[in-house]
Design a protein around this ligand. Structure first.
Ligand SMILES: Cc1cc2nc3c(=O)[nH]c(=O)nc-3n(C[C@H](O)[C@H](O)[C@H](O)COP(=O)(O)O)c2cc1C
Length: 395
């Protein structure tokens, strides 16, 4: 990995621990990592622009409306950076970011930032225990932001408790580990499907399912963060910095997959594809009749996962299926992986309300074609995605 090509955007906020970041910037410099510094105006009460400028060998950004170019800084800085680190992060800035408030350069960048964000909070222990702050931190964690928990000890405000900025070594190692991780899928093309397919009955009605598409989206986003070229084929609306192909029906999803198949390295079928579609689609809205019953005739949809596996006879590609079951999860999953011949199958228990469909969390078991199994404990869909992808590429 070439660290010289990487840029870490460091956001500094108005906390007493701001001075410690000078040491962190020096460490990045020694490792050859490019650092760009953005401060909240309040941070400059604790550390000077001149110091940060000299240490980072770059301009230090504070003013949002000091626009030198056609592209405002909150967008260009967000675009250029590979990772955004906010350290120390005050209770104030954390809470603003969690709620989409963008009232200075740093919070505007955070709002426009769609890549990896790492936050190292530091504050008085009572602020740390404040319920609003805790809820805002949980909100950000569930959206994939990584938090480096503060340490417990003597605080600058005179209290003893939890709130000290974690060690500079810990922050440095976490960022470096991420930069390394961000290369793990470099040069690979990952195609992911997500969402329940929509099988139209007539121009206003359809058959679908409860799949929110969030798991597939989280996998696509994680693969992108790991350096892959990503294509997400989905029935849902997502904004993302990678290619998105919007489809409705199983047939459209299959066609989109066919277009991407040859050039792909890994295909992950997280979509909930309808087993059946309506046999006779009505171009006109079906009218209510005097009959008490209406019979819709259904025909089988193609088994997309099976057909992909059949096309992959020379095993050049890694094909991953999902198995959503409401009962006998592992028995059904074991049967399915043998029947389909895919490399991995992710077994998903949809009977539980706290995970799966529409939830922010999931808990799954990965099965591999050689009979191996790995259970992933309940976690956010973004962490589960990372664990799935790392398992697949390390096997
Ligand atoms: C001496 C001093 C030290 C402070 N240290 C912290 C701190 O460590 N953590 C924190 O959350 N707020 C701290 N504050 C309060 C913040 O500076 C204040 O909430 C401010 O609005 C934060 O602005 P910012 O988030 O835009 O940087 C401190 C204030 C003062 C006066």
């Amino acid at each position: 990995m070439s660290l010289q090509d990487k840029t870490v955007l460091i956001g500094i906020t108005g906390g007493i621990a701001a001075y410690k970041i000078c040491e962190l910037i020096r460490k990045f410099q020694k490792a050859g990592v490019n650092t760009k510094i953005v401060c909240t105006p309040n941070a400059l009460n604790f550390v000077t622009k001149l110091t940060l400028q000299n240490l980072s060998k770059n301009q230090v950004y504070v003013e949002e409306f000091d626009v030198k170019d056609w592209k405002p800084e909150h967008i260009s800085l967000a675009d250029e950076a590979d990772v955004m680190l906010i350290a120390p992060a005050t209770a104030n800035t954390i809470s603003k970011i969690a709620n989409g408030i963008a009232d200075n350069l740093l919070t505007s960048i955070a709002c426009a930032f769609s890549k990896k964000m790492i936050i190292a909070p530091a504050m008085n222990c009572n602020m740390w225990n404040n319920q609003s702050v805790a809820e805002n931190i949980s909100k950000l964690k569930s959206r994939g932001v990584e938090f480096l928990e503060p340490d417990t000890g003597f605080l600058a405000c005179g209290y003893t408790g939890k709130g000290r900025l974690c060690s500079i070594d810990k922050i440095y190692n976490t960022v470096l580990e991420f930069l390394e991780y961000s290369q793990k899928l470099a040069g690979k093309k990952v195609v992911v499907t997500s969402g329940g397919t929509i099988e139209e009955i007539d121009p206003v009605r359809y058959i679908s399912n409860y799949s929110s598409g969030k798991m597939g989206f989280a996998i696509a986003k994680t693969a992108y963060n790991m350096g892959a070229e990503v294509v997400l084929i989905t029935t849902k609306n997502f904004g993302a910095p990678f290619k998105i192909v919007n489809v409705k029906s199983a047939i459209q999803m299959q066609n989109a997959l066919d277009d991407e198949f040859e050039t792909s390295d890994i295909i992950i079928m997280a979509a909930a594809v309808a087993d059946y579609r309506v046999k006779n689609y009505s171009a006109q809205k079906l009218k209510k009749t005097s009959d008490e019953e209406l019979v819709l005739e259904l025909v089988k949809n193609p088994d997309i996962l099976q057909e992909l596996c059949n096309k992959n006879q020379n095993k050049e590609k890694i094909i991953v299926g999902f198995c959503a079951e409401s009962e006998n999860l592992l028995e059904n999953a074991k049967e399915k992986i043998i029947k389909k011949g895919c490399d991995y199958l992710i077994a998903n228990d949809i009977s539980r309300k706290d995970i799966g469909f529409s939830s922010e969390d999931n808990e799954v078991t990965i099965l591999d074609k050689n009979g191996g199994m790995k259970h992933l404990d309940k976690n956010s869909k973004s962490i589960i995605s990372r664990q799935i992808l790392e398992y697949i590429i390390h096997e």
